[in-house]
Every structure is written in structure tokens, then in C-alpha cells.
Ligand binder design. Sequence first.
Ligand SMILES: Nc1ncnc2c1ncn2[C@@H]1O[C@H](COP(=O)(O)OP(=O)(O)OP(=O)(O)O)[C@@H](O)[C@H]1O
Ligand code: SF4
Ligand SMILES: [Mg+2]
Length: 430
Amino acid sequence: MSEVTHGLPDGAAEIELGDGLIDELADEAELLDADSSVLKPHAPTELDPSRPAILEADGLRMYFPVKSSGILRRTVAHVQAVDGVSFQVPAGGSLGLVGESGCGKSTTGRLITRLEKPTSGAIRFEGEDLAKLSKREMKPVRREVQMIFQDPYSSLNPRHTVGTIVGTPLQVHDVVPKKQVLSRVQELLEVVGLNPEHYNRYPNEFSGGQRQRIGIARALALQPKLLVADEPVSALDVSIQAQVINLLQDIQREFDVAFLFIAHDLAVVRHFCPEIAVMYLGKIVEIGDRESIYSAPRHPYTQALLSAVPDVRQASTGGRRERIRLEGDVPSPIDPPSGCRFRTRCPIAQEICAKHEPPLLQIGRRHKVACHFPGRLGQAPTEPLTARLLGVDAHGNPDAGASPSAEILEQRPGYADTWFDLDNKTFARA
Ligand SMILES: Nc1ncnc2c1ncn2[C@@H]1O[C@H](COP(=O)(O)OP(=O)(O)OP(=O)(O)O)[C@@H](O)[C@H]1O
Ligand code: SF4
Ligand SMILES: [Mg+2]
């Protein structure tokens, strides 16, 4: 199979994703890099592949009904917020979930914590499918799975003292005798770097970073095994972001808690998450270990996101330092594009992309990508690599001579021992 250089459109040196959010991210990342005295990160969290999955999302879907106006309020459409998402989070590990605004990150987090019930799919937490549990059956699980929210201002009740905020979960779940609640609250405040004597203060007496620490203390109160952190540092100043990420790393090490860490850019999760999933319009388009995602991204969307992060831009884009311009807005999740959802903005889309959804194909030991033309930036293959597996020709039309590979196309969470090697165009085995 021959290879062709696609490259960037001439003169495309700036990225414009959605509302310019990515430009902001790039500026932030530059700031982080420029002043290393501001960001003193701990050593990156490493992957321990020997740990079993504590959480397994399997084909998760969340379709929100859109109702007509009028008395009957019929369902006229669905917002396909999350559409067939599968991943694993290892015990004590952390998976980063990134993507532009509206791609379904928070909805995924809300499904995992069962703040929403999925339309379909399984949420296996320590082997038990949370999607099937009733509210009552979920109560003991809530101790194990907690959430940290983005906005440290709105997520804390301004009329409650810190002691009440952090102590309430202890009382609701009857974790410690009433007499010990205060001392446990103080311990928790100390763990998150706050003065334990400040338990009687109100949230408005704290800075944004301190409030986020209160939210973290509240989430830790029940000693969860999994924390879903939904943009936990996005509302904070850059210098404070680094401190909070360091704190989360400390907590992870000390309490062996696993994280699903949601962020809108790849710069924030890089240190903390040895594995990363990139979402676009309700689907995972690429997932893999840190090395694969940052140094060898194979999806055009991941390549575009990475091109906005200055210090990894060079590595990820094979030495080119241009930022990639993606045209157009993110389509509506009510009526997403046929085939590949990214095709309306993809610089290398071809005919097959409109006809067939690309499977999330395993292309490395811990690396999967959903693209018919996965390749290095500027070196995408001319022929769709998925055609043979799908049983179609290069244009996406049925091909009697091809035999679809059901085993390879099966979308399981986690990784198999066999994968499709893009360089040799053959199957490789661990
Ligand atoms: N309760 C709901 N009813 C209808 N649509 C919803 C609901 N919650 C979310 N959505 C829609 O689902 C899609 C995904 O939303 P979600 O909040 O999960 O995105 P996100 O990736 O977290 O975005 P952001 O980065 O802005 O937080 C969006 O189009 C959103 O408008
Ligand atoms: S499948 Fe086609 S449209 Fe989708 S990312 Fe790959 S090349 Fe682009
Ligand atoms: Mg969100």
C-alpha cells in the first residue's frame, strides 16, 4: 500500500477549534512552560499494567430525549451525548478523558457515578454492573465512587460551614460515630493542605484553590476507590492548577484511589494520566498510553488538539511546529454526521468516511484509534486501512472478495493481545 503526504492546507499555521478555546489552552500551556517556578509538578504518574480494572465502561450510551412543545410533549429527537463509549480504569490508576466542549465528557462522568442512568451499556465497578442498580442499591456504591466538580464556587453550599460540607457524607453514610466527625473533618482538611482549625468558616472565606481543596476533602471523606474528577482545575489560576494536580497525585499515592480525570485539553492530563481517551461528539476517537497519544497520535483530531500544546507539538507532529486549523463548528449531537462524526472537519476525509463509522481499532499494545486513514501527521495512507476488515472496497462499497473480521472489530473495553500493526499492515501479537 502506498503512502501519501497530506500535510496541512497551505498557510494553515493557526488552530481554530470551536470558539477559540484551543488558543486559550495553548497560551496557558505556554505560561506553564515559561515559568517553571510556577509549575513544579511531581514526577508523572506511571502506568501499572499489572493492576486489574476497577472500572470498565462497556458500550455506554446516553441519549437525552428532545421533547416537542405543546401539551403532549412528544419525543421528537435525541441528543446523542454519549454513544458507545468503552474504556477501563485500573485500580489506583488514572485515565484522562479529553475533548472539546459538548463532546460528552461530563455526561460520561455522570453516568459512571450514576447521577444519570445510561440509555444502554454497562458500568462494571469491581465487576458489578452499576447501570442495573436501583437508587437504593446504589447507596453503598456511592461511598466507593465519588465526584469532584469543576466549579469550586457553585459546588459548595455557601450557607454551610466547611465542617458541615465535609462532615455531611460521614454522617449520611454513618461512617464514624457522631463524636468523631469533627476530628475526622479536621484530618481531611489537613490531608488536602487546609488549616484544620478553619472548619467553622464558610466557603466565601476561601480562595478558588482552597475551595477546590474543600471539594476534594468532601469527596475523600468516604475513602472512595474511584474519583471522577470533572475538570477539577479548569476554573483555577494556572499556578493553582499545578498545586491541585500535585495534591491529587499525593492523594492517589497515599490512598490508592483511581481517577477518571476529565479535562478539555491534553496539557492538563499529561502529568497525571498515564492513559488518555480523546472524545469527539460522543465517541472515543483515540485511546492509549501516554507515549502513544503524545508521541504517536494517529487520529487527525488528536493531532489537532496536540498541535495546540507547544511543548509536545514538535514530538507529536513529527518536527513541524504549525498549529492545525480545523474548519467549521462541532456538529449537533442531535443529528451527527453519518459514518465518521469528525468527517465534516477532517482535513483528510474521503468517501468511505461518510459511509462507514470507523471501528476503534487496536493499533498497538495499548493504543486504539477510530479512523479509516490512521497515520502520522502528513503521512496518512491513501487506502482506507479498515476497508478489508469491514468487508468493503476503498470507496466504502460492499466488496464480495473481502471478509469482515468480527473479532478485530468487536469493540471491547481494554486491550487485546493482538492488534493491527499500521507500519507492516499485518496483525501483531504481544
Ligand atoms: N440533561 C441533558 N439534556 C439534554 N442534553 C444534554 C443534557 N446534558 C448534556 N446534554 C448535551 O449533551 C452533550 C454533551 O454534554 P456534556 O456536558 O457531557 O459535554 P462536555 O464534554 O462535558 O462539555 P464541557 O467541556 O462544556 O463541559 C451536549 O450537547 C449537551 O448539550
Ligand atoms: S475516518 Fe475519515 S473523516 Fe474520520 S478522522 Fe479518519 S480520515 Fe478523518
Ligand atoms: Mg463538562
